[in-house]
Design a protein around this ligand. Structure first.
Ligand SMILES: *Cc1c(COP(=O)(O)O)cnc(C)c1O
Length: 232
């Protein structure tokens, strides 16, 4: 069985190859290790192998892991659906939120971001056509949402996040990611971030401009959902 360190090397090599193929600087793509459903020990192993940024979907699970790993220098990203009554701990315990899809959530995060902390980095999740999940802002609503979020104190709007419907067709993967990139460019804002690409489609995402790829399975192995899924 390969170790997390082995997997991290393989994923890094895939990122390097994809950036080279796209004529991009290797440093222009960041790896977010998605540790949802995995124990704190797995995060510790990835950290020992050099990984610093971790993404979590479920708040209670994330807070428990953070408490257990308080001795490590880690940067936490929230990437799951957000209920409005859960915004305060997210504003307090994360540095990035990739999954903001409505103004009410952004307003609460802005209000609840502790004054002593740097602005919370925000990506707006966009629901591009054909997307499996219902989460995400409709492209038509994105310009108004982006403008409003960019104006909020305590937040720094960085860019867009998308979770396309899984496809094994590379041309289709590319087409969807290109749409996300074009949407970002269509917003008249200074946005440096595209959070897109997972274990099975990171190459296409990088070809289309991803700056964060969010990788779970390829780093930590398959997730066990035979146990009940943790609630958000
Ligand atoms: C689980 C998850 C990932 C990681 O997916 P893999 O296919 O396991 O790499 C990435 N982004 C989000 C939002 C997720 O929920």
């Amino acid at each position: 069985m390969s170790t997390i360190a082995d997997n991290l090397s393989s994923v890094s090599a895939r990122i390097t190859a994809a950036t080279a193929a796209a004529g991009r600087d290797a440093a222009s793509v960041n790896l977010l290790a998605v540790s949802k459903t995995k124990p704190a020990q797995a995060v510790r192993e990835a950290h020992a192998a050099g990984q610093r940024h971790f993404g979590e979907n479920y708040l209670q699970e994330a807070l428990a892991k953070q408490a257990e790993l308080g001795d490590l220098d880690l940067t936490w990203h929230f990437i799951g659906p957000i209920q409005s009554n859960k915004t305060r701990p997210i504003a307090e315990h994360f540095d990035w939120v990739h999954s903001v899809d409505r103004l009410k959530i952004a307003e609460r995060l802005a209000e609840q971001r502790p004054a002593g902390k740097p602005p919370l980095n925000i990506c707006l999740q966009v629901n591009i056509s054909g997307e499996a999940s219902k989460a995400g802002c409709a492209p038509a609503d994105l310009p108004a949402l982006a403008k409003a979020v960019a104006a909020l104190p305590g937040l720094r709007l960085r860019g867009l996040m998308a979770i396309p419907q899984p496809s094994t067709d590379v041309a289709e993967q590319n087409a969807v990611f290109a749409q996300v990139n074009a949407l970002r460019d269509s917003l008249d804002l200074d946005l440096d971030t595209l959070s897109m690409g997972m274990s099975d489609d990171l190459e296409a995402a990088i070809a289309q401009g991803a700056t964060w790829v969010r990788i779970g399975t390829a780093l930590f192995g398959a997730r066990d959902y035979s146990k009940p899924e943790p609630s958000a």
